[in-house]
Ligand binder design. Structure first.
Ligand SMILES: NC(=O)c1ccc[n+]([C@@H]2O[C@H](COP(=O)([O-])OP(=O)(O)OC[C@H]3O[C@@H](n4cnc5c(N)ncnc54)[C@H](O)[C@@H]3O)[C@@H](O)[C@H]2O)c1
Length: 352
């Protein structure tokens, strides 16, 4: 079988994780790469032995008609333009999360995919973890019953990534769009993909990036300084209501005076589930209150979720396998994110 010829668009941090993963996917060939930052482009291409290098996306797409697919790993503000160019050049596209800068751009991306009859997959990598697979298996076998509540927490005590992430003009926002997107999507996915109907939210911009702190407890770039731009929120919370009556409570931060939390919890009529560490199910069995803890000792390392994600993208492109992280889902999540920022600004509930 011929390998899928893929172009990386953006050759920065996450592109490196994608490239390391594609190296483990049998039918993937990284054919070319493009980045507006030549130094970064060369550094990444040297590391992965990529010889076709471009600092201009239009030139790459024009010169390499043999490409099959593109993997878009650029700043959020450029997700839509790069994806649409690649789709219009006849390529299937995997675009990193969040799908776009806002829902309107996300819809334009889906239009381009439909017009060109190409796949547009969104990088909701948590869907591809072994824990998510096990969780879905239990949910599909009805261990939880009707899920009516989810808690989605991605809280960093001190972890503003700085750079473009903290520049709203390039990122679209802070922890809500960068971290919240992951846990909003995963909880909604596990709840069976309900349609959001309303959002009530608040954000805070009081702490800034706290670059003055002398010690670090989280994920911080080593070279951050107090002069770094920070035009994004440092905290966000939201109540997202779905058409089946279920609600999700979101809590996310780059900086907060509390502990780091990475927590996904689901609560149903028959059981509850905690995905903070492995997979734990809270239930009642044989008329006793009892828990199931899935033995996950033999699960692969969590970095394998990227390998699973890339393998799925290649499989979809090559075999037409139905995509597990669709653009339609990406748009729904973007609408929730837009509504969170709108509700936080106005102080009112936003109806979707
Ligand atoms: N799935 C995850 O867990 C995860 C983790 C980190 C980042 N991300 C996402 O990946 C994307 C990139 O983040 P990153 O951490 O790799 O950032 P980065 O700054 O390390 O890399 C982004 C690269 O894109 C390049 N770029 C920007 N606009 C471009 C354009 N129009 N054409 C070509 N190159 C362009 C930049 O020069 C830069 O080298 C973001 O959307 C981010 O949200 C996802």
């Amino acid at each position: 079988m011929e390998k899928v010829k893929i172009a990386m668009i953006g050759a920065g941090n996450i592109a490196n994780a994608h490239l390391a993963s594609y190296a483990k996917v049998e039918n993937a060939e990284i054919y070319a790469a493009c980045d507006i930052n030549e130094e970064r482009l060369n550094e990444t291409c040297d590391k992965y032995g990529i010889t076709r290098r471009y600092t201009n996306l239009d030139a790459m797409l024009a010169e390499l008609p043999e490409l099959d697919a593109a993997d878009v790993c650029v700043w959020n503000v450029n997700h839509a333009s790069c994806s649409i160019k690649a789709l219009n050049a006849g390529l299937h596209v995997l675009c990193e999360k969040p799908m776009a800068y806002n829902a309107q751009e996300a819809e334009q991306m889906l239009e381009a995919a439909k017009k060109n009859n190409k796949l547009l997959m969104i990088g909701f990598v948590l869907r591809f973890s072994d824990e998510a697979k096990i969780a879905m298996d239990f949910i599909e076998k009805d261990y939880l019953g009707d899920i009516y509540y989810a808690k989605a927490q991605y809280v960093r005590r001190h972890g503003n990534p700085g750079g473009w992430f903290a520049n709203k003009a390039l990122s679209g926002g802070g922890p809500v769009i960068d971290l919240g997107v992951h846990v909003i999507d995963l909880t909604r996915y596990l709840m069976g993909g309900p349609k959001p109907v309303s959002v009530y939210a608040a954000t805070s911009e009081r702490l800034g990036n706290r670059a003055f702190l002398k010690n670090s407890v989280g994920w911080r770039p080593k070279d951050s300084s107090e002069e770094d731009i920070c035009t994004v929120e440092d905290f966000g919370t939201a109540l997202i209501r779905y058409d089946n009556g279920a609600v999700t409570l979101l809590e996310t931060s780059y900086d907060i005076n509390g502990q780091d939390i990475g927590c996904k919890q689901l609560f149903g009529t028959k059981g509850g589930m905690d995905l903070s560490k492995g997979v734990k199910i809270y239930g009642t069995y044989n008329d006793y209150i009892a828990d199931i803890e899935v033995n996950t000792n033999n699960l692969k390392d969590s970095s394998d979720m990227f390998v699973n994600e890339m393998a799925h993208f290649v499989d979809c492109v090559q075999n037409g396998t139905p995509c597990r992280a669709t653009a339609e889902d990406g748009i729904i999540v973007m609408k929730i994110l837009d509504a969170i920022y709108e509700s936080a600004k106005t102080g009112h509930e936003v109806l979707l």
